[in-house]
Ligand binder design. Sequence first.
Ligand code: NAP
Length: 243
Amino acid sequence: MKTTGNTIFLTGGTSGIGLELARRFRDLGNTVIISGRRKDLLDQIATEDNIEGLVLDVADPDALSTVTTKYPDINVLVTMAGIMRDEDLHTPDLAVAEETIAINLLGTIRAIATFTPHLLQQPDAAIITVSSGLAFVPLALTPTYNATKAAVHSYTQSLRLQLADTGIQVIELVPPAVQTNLLNGADPDPTWMPLDEFTDESIALLQQHPDLEEVLVDRVHFLRAAERENRHAEAVAILNSSH
Ligand SMILES: NC(=O)c1ccc[n+]([C@@H]2O[C@H](COP(=O)([O-])OP(=O)(O)OC[C@H]3O[C@@H](n4cnc5c(N)ncnc54)[C@H](OP(=O)(O)O)[C@@H]3O)[C@@H](O)[C@H]2O)c1
């Protein structure tokens, strides 16, 4: 994708990777509109970062229906919104599983479905989905989260194949563990990748490789390539011994 001169709409931009990516895209000369549920943060970001925001919940089926009418120049969609909760499968809590699927998977599919007819009419259009290294090697603590991210990866591949006859580029961002408050809203582990380093490396990859299909920073190769390199069982063991 081109990295300047776009109008980018990003779900899940009130904190973490989404907010940092929104700032980088803005600095590169893009118009960026973010969204999320926390109005106080959207107001603060509008004032401090000069990035416009919309209050919306991607789990609401109609939440995105008026966005492209309000911002007809949007040519890039980033489906960043996500939650990550731990689950004990000895005492299953279906509420966590259902909310995780509604936001991470259905929210992604609905956003893409809502925006695709609009993006088909736009020049330089792109859809960036957000999976995870955990799509490829599961963290036992977060089973439904891992499953939604594996599904987002698969869905993204099908989307890319189906839209190959259009001008819409389909890109998957595959973060490793990055220092945000994603896991249960808790403080991040200092051994995870610093947010600045992650966004710097991701933006550099997008700038260097305009036809990129997957944004893979160095740190995620341990998980992303585990199966291909015949060390999946080892990667599962290492990942889960450190949590
Ligand atoms: N950090 C990591 O280690 C890591 C690794 C792999 C993948 N990822 C993915 O990266 C994405 C961003 O996560 P993050 O680490 O930056 O965590 P974060 O700071 O918690 O960001 C999550 C974002 O999603 C938004 N969101 C959550 N539920 C939403 C909903 N129902 N409707 C609209 N927005 C919603 C949140 O905004 P509101 O709360 O304001 O709604 C927030 O802006 C997620 O998809 C996550 O799975 C993160």
